[in-house]
Design a protein around this ligand. Structure first.
Ligand code: GLN
Length: 484
């Protein structure tokens, strides 16, 4: 039985019926990772010992009938900015190269309670800043679809580990598209939940008013199952919502007959690959054939989304990252003469170029002379964008767009031109500016054979719309069986 071709829910079912042992699955998976990850560099840490220990424990609970959830015993891994007690959590930075948290992120705690087996920590852009997973202190992640290309970023490791079948699902984080864009580049499926649905407790902060943890998996059903486990109110996160938790597996229903889908005209005026455009418009047509009402509409405010996002995200990042001062924890420069030199050298050596660029940009837009001109203005733009989306959702159940203007980029292609890299986030950042849920799933391939991602955005707390529409589309497209 080849367990690697199974989805997480399929493997979970076999484990539940005791046709496959948890220990056996974990051992096979660890061996596979050790053999193949040299090619992809998706893992920063493989925690074999912890995983084997947990596997025995989970198997015992399954045997005793104490654990019977759909993901019990299924191996997974998480982005290395999600804290794991006793296991290194580096944020792919020299600054946190040897940081071992004393506690688990809430999402990890919930997954453990559901019987998940953590196999390791996944590579990413340093502090989740980037779109290609090339800014990692531990080297670039390679796309399993084509190892000369980037798997996207910043959750490149979580996407590559799923796309290569090294694991059955992963957790990523999405501040401006970092779950959705890597899914688009690797042919995987992911959800950025509504802001406040998944606790940020234990997620190392990049830009706190945007950050959300979410699942990356082989298909919509697996994403729904993972989201079920990780979502829900948590008093340890001040922005966690008490809104109803829901059961997303109930939204795996075929049919979009009563759905109204809007396509923002402005998105298609942006420069993008013709093949991406064709595949996404084709997907829209397919939704129409399946019975949805699809129409174009104007969403002018999105033109300002990228600058507003980069101003606010950098401002928040500069504040969040001020805690890395070489004193409390993390990298500390040696042989410093005084405290100022200690701060300066620890931060200069501990952070990479892109992180430093964001800190400088953030400090600039927050400085007294420029606060109103940039930061305050960006906040106002954020509000305008939010209102335009709210208005659109009075009419539509879903907004459909590409996830990224291009398919997977060649490694090294975008690092030299940060502004070009930032503009590639045009389709994803609005969901973070507004807090809305977004999903990416594959909708085709270009002539080079690279996957193309389709993005669905829903009204706040309506992940149900995305899951239902995504499930229906996927049942038609068959992409969940896509060759990897
Ligand atoms: N590419 C975006 C950035 O660099 C998004 C990153 C993210 O979502 N973590 O900020």
């Amino acid at each position: 039985m080849n367990i690697f071709n199974m989805t997480a829910l399929q493997l979970g079912e076999k484990i539940n019926k005791r046709e496959i042992g948890v220990l056996e699955a974990v051992k096979e998976a660890v061996k596979y990772i050790k053999d193949t990850d040299k090619k992809y560099n998706a893992f920063i840490t493989v925690c074999e010992e912890e995983a084997l220990g947990r596997a025995e424990d989970v198997q015992k609970k399954i045997n005793e009938g104490k654990l019977n959830g759909p993901l019990a015993g299924v191996p997974m891994a998480v982005k290395d900015n999600i804290c794991t007690s006793g296991i290194k959590t580096t944020c792919a930075s020299k600054m946190l190269e040897n940081f071992i948290p004393a506690y688990n992120a809430e999402a990890i705690e919930r997954l453990y309670n559901a019987g998940a087996i953590l196999l390791g920590k996944l590579n990413m852009d340093e502090f989740a800043m980037g779109s290609t997973s090339e800014t990692s202190f531990f080297g670039a992640v390679k796309n399993p679809e084509d190892t000369g290309r980037s798997p996207g970023g910043s959750s490149g490791g979580p996407a590559a580990a799923v796309a290569s079948n090294e694991i059955w699902y992963s957790l990523g984080s999405d501040t401006g598209g970092s779950i959705r864009q890597p899914c688009s580049f690797t042919g995987t499926t992911g959800i950025k939940p509504t802001y406040g649905r998944v606790s940020r407790y234990g997620l190392i902060a990049y830009a706190s008013s945007f950050d959300q943890i979410g699942p990356i998996a082989k298909n919509v059903s697996d994403c729904a199952a993972v989201l079920n486990v990780i979502s829900g109110y948590d008093e340890k996160d001040g922005t966690s919502s008490k809104s109803e938790k829901g059961d997303f597996l109930k939204n795996l229903v075929y049919g979009v007959e009563n759905m109204k889908i809007g396509i923002p005209r402005e998105y298609f005026e942006e420069s993008m690959d013709q093949e991406v455009k064709d595949a996404v418009l084709n997907a829209a047509k397919q939704f129409e054939i399946m019975g949805a009402r699809v129409e174009e509409f104007s969403l002018e405010a999105v033109k300002y989304a990228v600058p507003a996002y980069y101003i606010i995200a950098s401002a928040e990042a500069s504040s969040n990252l001020s805690r890395y001062d070489g004193i409390k924890y993390g990298y500390r420069a040696e042989n410093c003469k005084n405290i100022s030199e200690l701060y300066e050298r620890s931060r200069t050596d501990g952070f990479g170029e892109e992180v430093k660029r964001r800190i400088m940009l953030g400090n600039f837009v927050l400085s007294s002379g420029y606060y109103d001109a940039y930061y305050n203005k960006a906040l106002r733009v954020r509000n305008i964008i939010k209102r335009s989306f709210d208005k659109a959702f009075e009419k539509y159940d879903i907004i459909l767009s590409p996830t990224a203007p291009e398919t997977a980029l060649k490694l090294g292609e975008s690092l030299s031109d940060p502004v070009k890299m930032y503009s590639g986030d045009i389709f994803t950042v609005s969901a973070n500016l507004t807090g809305l849920p977004g999903m990416t799933l594959p909708c085709g391939r270009d002539t080079a054979g690279l996957p193309i991602g389709l993005q669905l955005i829903g009204p706040a707390w309506k992940e149900s719309n995305l899951i239902r529409a995504g499930y229906t589309f996927e049942s038609w497209s068959g992409y969940r069986e896509a060759k990897r």
